[in-house]
Design a protein around this ligand. Structure first.
Ligand code: MF3
Ligand code: CO
Length: 251
């Protein structure tokens, strides 16, 4: 069942996501050669507590860290540990908090040091595909209109969208209905209506869309070993324009 949020609840979710973005920005600023992923995780944890929120992922189905950090061929759910970043690494940061009973969830990908041309294109196309999806977030459209817009943008640039992991509704739970795939034909799935909040999160691979999960039970990586990028926003459906939560646009 899709849980609709009131204007007041969306205001709280905007704050939750503002904390998420503040932490993601701090993590991105800290990304550099030699930086150890576990230290980024500790940074995320303490910044979140200072902001009056709690990390959402730690303990979620047993996930052991506060932030998911997925490097190069890792797609999502990478566990930050003793690995140190190297020049040229592609780093996906996925972070969520719970604040006053509501969840915020967002992700972004960056490169350590100067990006090679292919990495820059992968990042640009993934970020743009998220925005193409968000442009479909208006009442009367259906969920798969988002999915189709993402897939079309990605594939027209020669990349592929991951099938095995999808976006989701978000609110008093991290994952609510509906699921939001990053692929599909237009005109399917639930109709969008004001009060829905959707976490849209394209995961885009340089090569094929197939992925595998490591023995740690979490780390998802590409089957072909090529790199992957991930961008995510939590977005509120309104009677007119979509509102990206936590970026300073909500009332
Ligand atoms: N942003 C991701 C999601 O929505 C990460 C959550 S998985 C977790 O699905 F287990 F790490 F929490
Ligand atoms: Co998510």
């Amino acid at each position: 069942m899709i849980q609709l949020k009131s204007a007041e609840e969306i205001r709280i979710m905007d704050k939750a996501n503002a904390i998420v973005h503040k932490v993601l920005d701090a993590l991105e600023a800290a990304v550099a050669p030699g930086v150890v992923l576990g230290d980024l995780d500790r940074m995320a944890h303490s910044l979140t507590l200072s902001a009056g929120a709690k990390p959402a992922f730690k303990g979620y189905h047993g996930y052991p860290a506060s932030v998911c950090i997925s490097v190069n061929d890792e797609v999502v759910h990478g566990i930050p540990g003793s690995r140190a970043l190297k020049q040229g690494d592609l780093v996906s940061l996925d972070f969520g908090v719970v604040y006053e009973g509501f969840y915020g969830d967002a992700a972004k990908t960056c490169v350590v040091g100067p990006a090679d041309e292919k990495a820059r294109l992968l990042l640009d196309v993934t970020r743009e595909s998220l925005m193409k999806g968000i442009q479909q977030v208006r009442p009367g459209n259906r969920v798969s209109d988002i999915s189709h817009a993402v897939q079309e943008w990605v594939e027209s640039h020669g990349f592929s969208v991951v099938r095995d992991y999808v976006g989701h509704g978000i609110g008093r739970a991290l994952h609510e209905d509906p699921q939001i795939p990053n692929f599909g034909e237009r005109g399917h799935g639930p109709r969008l209506q004001p009060g829905m909040v959707l976490a849209i999160e394209p995961m885009v691979n340089e090569g094929g869309f197939e992925v595998t999960v490591d023995d740690d039970g979490w780390t998802v990586r590409t089957k072909d070993g090529l790199r992957s990028a991930h961008f995510e926003y939590s977005v509120a459906v309104t009677s007119s324009e979509p509102v990206i939560l936590g970026v300073g646009g909500a009332a």
